[in-house]
Design a protein around this ligand. Structure first.
Ligand code: F6P
Length: 357
């Protein structure tokens, strides 16, 4: 039987993440293996508006697996959110005879995919963001590489902190989520981890630094999630200097976009390959408007609107009245997922605290 889907479009949107190229490769080659042509949409949704599209064959995605960034480029496209932008995007899909789109990115990317779905273009989202803040999925492509980059950088800071008896207060990315901060904080043996999800007591942390300094500890690391707010890490560093009269000389460092680059780790390459492959498989099965998600050791798919509502609920952006309009089973499953995620973070934070004395 002939595939209903004859051409698939693939795009990456929002902040890039290491492993996106592996996902593009998997989408391209899975489609081609199934007799489907692949249109690479450049610069995310911007490419759909401007008609910047190139056809990919299997060789077009050779030698990209190991590269950071995204060969399709990325953009945060405001015009796409307008009626005029959406019309242009739909016209481009018609012009290029695109029967389905795989959109790789974070929650903003999925919102765009949901909009396209409403215009009648089948879409499947693949989670790609270093922040790992897509509530529907336990894992998003790029998270592992970003964490490993942070660990490598902070290990370097530790070397020099030890020589000079210093504290490094390091701000890491994650947007409003503390996943990168929490896990890297554990991995570098931080004396303090400041994230939004759990109350951080700066004074108590400074007291522990003073105590440990008396006991001849020379280097201190504090990891701060960017979601703690502008200048939080810098202010904390100044506070440490004031409280220790520079007995512990504290320096602030923001790792910033270095965390988004670099060759993806094995975990990101494999996750991206499996998720990209599944996304195309779903479109071939005639399924649409879904997000590919990892749940424990399984890959599942969830309705894109469900995933977006879940995400909003987790991030306190879905008011009670709107939540109450959802089906009872959706409310129940969302509540379970949110509680599990919050409990996992708390548990990990407690462990981090116990071992940071
Ligand atoms: O979502 C990925 C991310 O790197 C966040 O961690 C960060 O808050 C944001 O993107 C930075 O965005 P931009 O690259 O547009 O400065």
């Amino acid at each position: 039987m002939r595939n209903k889907i004859r051409r698939i479009g693939v795009l990456t949107s929002g902040g890039d993440a290491p492993g996106m190229n592996a996902a593009i490769r998997a989408v391209t080659r899975t489609a081609i293996s199934n007799g489907i042509r692949v249109m690479g949409i450049l610069k995310g949704y911007r490419g759909l508006i401007d008609g910047e599209i190139i056809e990919y064959d299997a060789r077009a995605v050779s030698n990209i697996m190991n590269r950071g960034g995204t060969v399709l480029y990325s953009d945060r496209c405001d015009e796409f959110k307008t009626d005029a932008g959406m019309r242009k995007a739909r016209n481009t899909c018609e012009e290029y005879e695109i029967d389905g789109i795989v959109a790789i990115g974070g929650d903003g990317t999925f919102r765009g995919a949901a909009d396209l779905s409403r215009l009648g273009i089948p879409t499947v989202g693949v989670p790609g963001t270093i922040d790992n803040d897509i509530t529907a999925s336990d894992y998003s492509i790029g998270f592992d590489t970003a964490k490993n980059t942070v660990v490598e950088m902070v290990d370097r800071l530790r070397d020099t902190s030890e020589s000079h008896a210093r504290c490094s207060v390091v701000e890491v990315m994650g947007r409003h989520a503390g996943h990168i901060a929490l896990q890297t904080g554990i991995a570098v043996g931080a004396i303090g981890i400041a994230i939004n999800e759990v109350c951080f007591d700066a004074d108590e942390c400074i007291e522990r630094i003073k105590e440990s300094r008396k006991n001849r500890k020379r280097n201190f690391i504090i990891i701060v999630a960017e979601g703690m707010g502008d200048n939080y890490a810098e202010n904390l560093s100044n506070q440490i200097n004031a409280a220790t009269s520079r007995d512990v000389d504290s320096r602030f460092a923001r790792l910033a976009h270095v965390q988004r680059g670099g060759s993806p780790t094995l975990q990101d390459r494999v996750a991206a390959t499996i998720m990209g492959n599944r996304a195309v498989g779903l479109l071939i099965e005639g399924r649409k408007n879904l997000v590919v998600c990892s749940r424990g050791d399984k890959i599942i798919e969830l309705d894109i609107e469900y995933a977006l509502n879940l995400d909003k609920r987790y991030k306190n952006k879905l008011p009670d009245e709107q939540f109450a309009e959802l089906s009872e089973s959706d409310q129940k499953s969302m509540t379970e997922i949110i509680e599990r995620k919050k409990a996992e973070i708390k548990k990990l934070y407690e462990i981090a605290k116990i071992v940071s004395i």
